[in-house]
Design a protein around this ligand. Structure first.
Ligand code: PLP
Ligand code: SF4
Length: 407
């Protein structure tokens, strides 16, 4: 064997070793979650359909899912056995912050273990009583040049069309808007927002969000999208939605057929944990992508859910299989009632550093911190530059090998 081949083989075997721990984790994790996902969740689904006297068609109908949301402790306790203490705590938190989950999302939970990530994202905990943190950490009120509009950048903006969502995520960073009421913006307000975009030729990228814009009926959504599409200087339209995750039944063929008339259109979703990547959720994403709509994922770092390098890797590799490109990972903001989910930037950066080298670049999103005061997004990157001046630069690689380039 020639020397070059021998060295390459040695290197390749070192690389195999490098990923062994992850592969062992992946096997164990997929075994556990597939037990929950495939065995328990179909059992839960049967029980829920039984309880509501529903059939498969009902279950697959998003109106049915919405209509039968579980939002009272007494109903929840028919499925998840709550201790007296938990029951009281749920009632107490319910008075402070609304909660609700679709039957679909409830079926994904582990009924025995409240620290299972899917439970944690949907069900209240005593930690929400913590009153530190802000209600509006991004000062959204000061970046509203027109009704429904948030503008922080020269050529792109957000239009909020509704405050309703299929479920009220416990980690929601926009609790101030979402936690109060299900309000679809009035036609006048939406008209005023569209008028603002029409009169602002700088805007070439319009992000339609909420709440969750896919909560609107198709006709209402189409009315908004088609009017934005008619504005000559608007080049791309983006939709931000979590419904492919929390109520994938919403992604109907009719919806996709409607959306694809308004290309170029993009969609961003929010998967936070591999347990959310169910057959139904993946199929929903595929329907969207098949309509020619590129999909991105916006994860939020959440303690106890995904502050783990292997979980993030599994999630992102799973997303790519569903043709969803990991786009952003958000650093959690200091929002009142969600502080138990916070992690430090230090911890987040360690995970980002691990990803580089250990997985496809396609599976590595950008880590983003939203500046306080509505000042915009700040990308966070592990520092690879050790020293740099006019003559040279010293860097380290993903394996922490030092390299120098002399100019
Ligand atoms: C996040 C955000 C955008 C979109 O930002 P991108 O980095 O382009 O994805 C636009 N406007 C506002 C107000 C935002 O918060
Ligand atoms: S879907 Fe988004 S906006 Fe709605 S509650 Fe969840 S995190 Fe908040």
């Amino acid at each position: 064997m020639d020397e070059k081949r021998r060295i390459s083989l040695e290197r390749a075997s070192k690389l195999n070793e490098e990923i062994e721990d992850f592969l062992a984790f992946k096997d164990e994790f997929l075994r556990k979650t597939s037990e929950i996902r495939d065995v328990l969740s179909s059992k839960h689904k049967e029980e829920l359909m039984d309880y509501f006297g529903a059939d498969e068609n009902d279950w697959n109908d998003w109106h049915w899912q919405l209509h039968n949301r579980i939002s009272s402790v007494s109903l929840l306790s028919k499925f998840i056995k709550l201790s007296d203490e938990q029951y009281k705590m749920f009632e107490e938190i319910s008075k402070k912050y609304r909660w609700a989950t679709t039957p679909y999302y409830l079926s994904l939970m582990d009924y025995e273990d409240m620290s299972y990530p899917i439970n944690m994202m949907a069900l209240p905990t005593a930690a929400e009583n913590d009153t530190s943190g802000e209600l509006d950490p991004m000062s959204e009120e000061y970046t509203n040049p027109a009704p429904c509009i948030t503008r922080r950048y020269p050529n792109r903006l957000i239009i909020n069309v509704t405050s309703s969502c299929a479920m009220f995520c416990r980690h929601c960073q926009r609790r101030r808007r979402i936690g109060e009421s299900d309000r679809i913006e009035s036609e006048e307000n939406i008209e005023a927002a569209i008028e603002y975009i029409r009169n602002t030729r700088e805007i070439r990228d319009v992000l339609i969000t909420g709440g969750d814009p896919l909560m609107l009926p198709d006709e209402m959504l189409e009315k908004i999208i088609s009017r934005v599409r008619q504005i000559p200087h608007v080049e791309i339209i983006r939709i931000g939605s979590r419904l492919p995750v929390t109520m994938p039944q919403r992604i109907t063929k009719e919806l996709c057929d409607m959306l694809k008339k308004y290309h170029p259109l993009f969609m961003n979703v929010q998967f936070n944990h591999p347990g959310e990547l169910t057959k139904d959720a993946v199929a929903a994403c595929e329907r969207i992508v098949d309509a020619g709509i590129p999909m991105g994922n916006q994860m939020v770092f959440l303690k106890g859910i995904n502050n783990d390098k292997y979980i993030v890797q599994l999630l992102n590799e799973g997303l790519l299989k569903a043709r969803v490109r990991p786009y952003y990972i958000f650093h959690p903001k200091q929002v009142m009632g969600t502080r138990h989910f916070e992690i430090t930037v230090e911890e987040g950066l360690k995970i980002m550093k691990y990803l580089r080298g250990h997985t496809s670049g396609l599976a590595i999103p950008q880590y983003i911190l939203n500046a306080p005061g509505g000042l915009g997004k700040i990308p966070l990157l592990p520092n690879y530059i050790i020293e740099s001046d006019e003559e040279h630069i010293v860097l380290h690689t993903w394996e922490d090998r030092e390299v120098e380039i002399i100019y």
